[in-house]
Write a new protein. Structure first.
Length: 243
């Protein structure tokens, strides 16, 4: 597909120059077509929800280099981050390390827990829009439960060295939660190569999807470590419901 042919997939570009991609992506025609197929199927009584969920999990898994069993569908990034923050267990004296560049929903989810007396929130201060690895080294200690950071910072576009951050965190027995909405679809993300423990992302930026779409990655060995904050009919295997 050539450049012009690809560009023609975005109706908004016929009379506009789109400079807001890092906030909301312009919707392409294939996204509209996928929506129409879904709605038309429902109009005809074809409710293929479960099949599409599994297909979506496989596609998200391929995108970030994990297995589908490690992926849960989420309505947005914030919900995925909250699922981790409310699902972890915190011992007395625990702290969470984040940065002063994070999106408000990242910061607030931890500040709420700090206000409840469950954790201390530590901020790594940025320098000219960048966050230095040596400052993460100073902030993380053996009481750190999780380092919560963006793959690409929304304020400055700074791309964090997730592999180095994960190495620092793991040396102290801490996890890493990656807010990757500014990265997936734009840059290569490999959770296994970098050692990322949790990753949350929405689909309405570089994945060219409407709002209400997103996913959460949880490393397989940590799935049972999280308490599920909100449960539903698909939260357990059928045989567990038959007790």
């Amino acid at each position: 597909m050539g450049f012009e042919e690809f560009r023609n997939l975005f109706p908004v570009l016929k009379d506009k120059v789109w400079l807001n991609h890092a906030s909301f992506s312009p919707l392409p025609l294939p996204t509209e077509e996928a929506y129409r197929r879904c709605l038309n199927g429902m109009l005809q009584g074809d409710y293929w929800f479960t099949r599409r969920v599994e297909e979506s999990r496989r596609l998200f898994a391929r995108l970030i280099g994990c297995s589908p069993e490690e992926v849960a569908l989420m309505p947005n990034t914030s919900y995925g981050i909250a699922a981790v923050s409310t699902g972890l267990r915190f011992k007395p004296g625990a702290n969470v390390v984040t940065t002063d560049l994070e999106f408000p929903s990242v910061v607030y989810t931890w500040l709420v827990l700090e206000r409840r007396g469950l954790i201390e929130v530590r901020f790594v201060r940025s320098v000219n829009g960048a966050v230095r690895i040596e400052d993460f080294e100073k902030a993380v200690d053996d009481d750190t439960v999780i380092v919560s950071v963006s793959h690409v910072e929304f304020q400055s576009g700074w791309r964090n060295d997730l592999k180095a951050i994960c190495e620092i965190a793991h040396e102290h027995g801490a996890y890493v939660l990656d807010d990757a909405i500014q990265a997936v679809g734009a840059v290569k993300v490999d959770v296994k190569a970098d050692g990322i423990d949790f990753l949350a992302a929405g689909g309405y930026k570089w994945l060219l999807s409407p709002g209400g779409t997103g996913f959460l990655y949880v490393r397989r060995s940590l799935i049972k470590e999280l308490e599920t904050p909100v449960v539903g009919s698909l939260s357990a295997k059928p045989e567990l419901v038959k007790r």
